[in-house]
Design a protein around this ligand. Structure first.
Ligand SMILES: C[S@@+](CC[C@H](N)C(=O)[O-])C[C@H]1O[C@@H](n2cnc3c(N)ncnc32)[C@H](O)[C@@H]1O
Length: 211
């Protein structure tokens, strides 16, 4: 599956849907053309990015089932929106957007890095994480799906590696870890002692998961 297909597979039927940082707008198009939401908001801080989604969704905008919103993060998105997607941004950027805005009722996040920080943030805010896994489409990506209420409790290893990755050990995740182990070993070999020790501890933790 492509990254966009994986994201779409996580999007469920929702009354209202918002794609924050939509760029091309493919996921909103998926929701609307499949009749999975009554109304979608395509939103992006960049006018040029939003224009791409506006072109793709012109017919839906005209008929009133899609609204375009040029703004930072969740500005202009109703707090009771049923489902919010934020994909293709760093984990710290996603945390910033949630801090400046709100924790959506239901969400799908696909951070490009700092996934551990995002997991810690969501669990710390009392969110329920329902899916949390790594997948591959030319490179490795993480996806997190959940809801703002219900709570989750995570172990340290789950924060670091992702809960479903540890429980289900999907092939993509194990390949990712093997790849990272080799990379971290290479990096560690060129580092002075105290820094080397940290990298080696990480390699050991990853080897324990893989074995
Ligand atoms: C790499 S693209 C990802 C597009 C799409 N979500 C995807 O996953 O394919 C990131 C998009 O997020 C937008 N973006 C970055 N920071 C943003 C923010 N604070 N608020 C809204 N959009 C933002 C960028 O303009 C860009 O269009």
């Amino acid at each position: 599956m492509t990254r966009i297909e994986t994201l779409c597979s996580l999007l469920e039927r929702a009354d209202t849907f918002a794609d924050v940082g939509c760029d091309h707008g493919y996921c909103a198009a998926y929701m609307l053309t499949n009749g999975l939401c009554r109304e979608a908001v395509i939103s992006d801080v960049s006018r040029a990015s939003l224009a791409k989604a506006e072109r793709l969704l012109a017919a839906h905008i005209e008929e009133g089932s899609c609204r375009a919103n040029c703004a930072d993060g969740l500005t202009g998105i109703a707090e009771d929106t049923s489902l919010v997607l934020i994909a293709g941004m760093g984990g710290m950027e996603i945390i910033g957007i949630l801090e400046r805005g709100f924790l959506p009722k239901r969400f799908v996040f696909q951070p490009m890095k700092n996934t551990e920080a995002l997991r810690r943030y969501l669990v710390g805010r009392g969110a329920k994480i329902e899916r949390d896994f790594t997948f591959y489409d030319g490179k490795y990506y993480d996806a997190i799906k959940g809801s703002r209420a219900g709570g989750s409790s995570y172990t340290e290893a789950e924060f670091r590696f992702g809960r479903d990755n540890l429980r289900e050990r999907p092939a993509d995740f194990l390949r990712y870890l093997r790849h990272r182990i080799e990379r971290e070993k290479e990096i560690a070999s060129g580092l002075p002692e105290p820094l080397k020790g940290e990298r080696e501890a990480l390699v050991k933790a990853m080897q324990e998961v893989v074995s």
